[in-house]
Design a protein around this ligand. Structure first.
Ligand SMILES: [Zn+2]
Length: 265
């Protein structure tokens, strides 16, 4: 039986470096989305300011990772600390984009993967911070996933549409049954729309794998906390995001392995 491996790819350096630098800029924008979308604010206007002293950031205060390090993690004007999450997100998105370009060259597949993983990171962040998954990530992401599929022809588009429908339907059903059984809202609307987005990118088999991994990790981590009475609300979107990312990266290998395992080939 073939072992399951994460494909690192055999790409070349320069495209990965270019994609990584571009990704860091995308990461900087993702930071703005993470903070503003849950608050219902525009990500275009106004320009970024220090929340304390209203100092308006210039382009050289906005260079991903570098500016934060150069300013020692503080506002240039009033020295108020700037969260460490900002450079971490910029670095993470830069690495995601570099890796995808390394794996698949400067291709549509690489862009598809880079955007999908970036959206998942955004979802995990807003769910962790606000217990909220903005529609811009989920509905916007679903449209993006369908558009990428459409670029590959009718059959991939149909696959993506079925994936989105199954993702939405399954989580809606889980939520409906949970609400009926526990007499309180069991599944957030954000999680349901999120799985439509995931389905558009990874198809219905990927949806099943994502929910399985999300439920497994979520239960393992949150059940002890819930039993100890420390956490009431579960940001399930984080676990679904991790599950979806793993599904995107190794899902086809896992599904093949499973088919061999149960003898359906
Ligand atoms: Zn300031």
């Amino acid at each position: 039986m073939e072992p399951i491996v994460i494909e690192l790819g055999i790409g070349s350096g320069p495209p990965a470096l270019i994609a990584g630098l571009f990704g860091a800029v995308i990461g900087s924008f993702l930071n703005v989305c993470i903070v503003r979308w849950p608050a219902g604010q525009s990500v275009v206007r106004p320009r970024s300011r220090c929340p304390k002293c209203e100092y308006q950031l210039t382009w050289y205060d906005n260079v991903p990772v570098v500016s934060w390090l150069f300013l020692g993690g503080k506002c240039r004007s009033c020295r108020t600390p700037i969260g460490r999450l900002y450079p971490v997100v910029e670095l993470a998105v830069g690495l995601i984009w570099a890796w995808m370009a390394w794996r698949q060259g400067l291709s549509l597949e690489a862009l598809n993967g880079a955007l999908f993983l970036t959206i998942l990171l955004g979802i995990a962040m807003t769910d962790a911070r606000e217990y909220l998954i903005p529609d811009e990530f989920t509905i916007g992401g679903t449209i993006l996933g369908l558009a990428f599929a459409a670029a590959g022809g009718l059959s991939p588009l149909v696959t993506a549409l079925i994936g989105a429908a199954i993702g939405f339907g399954l989580l809606w059903l889980v939520g409906f049954l949970g609400t009926w059984a526990f007499k309180e809202e069991a599944m957030g609307g954000g999680d349901i729309k999120m799985m439509a987005m995931v389905g558009a990118f990874v198809g219905w088999q990927g949806v099943l794998l994502t929910i399985f991994m999300g439920a497994l990790t979520g239960t393992l981590i949150f059940l002890p906390m819930a039993l100890a009475g420390r956490k009431k609300q579960v940001p399930f979107g984080i676990f679904l995001a991790v599950g979806a990312a793993v599904t995107y990266l190794v899902g086809p290998a896992v599904i093949d392995w499973y088919k061999t395992f149960i003898g359906v080939t």
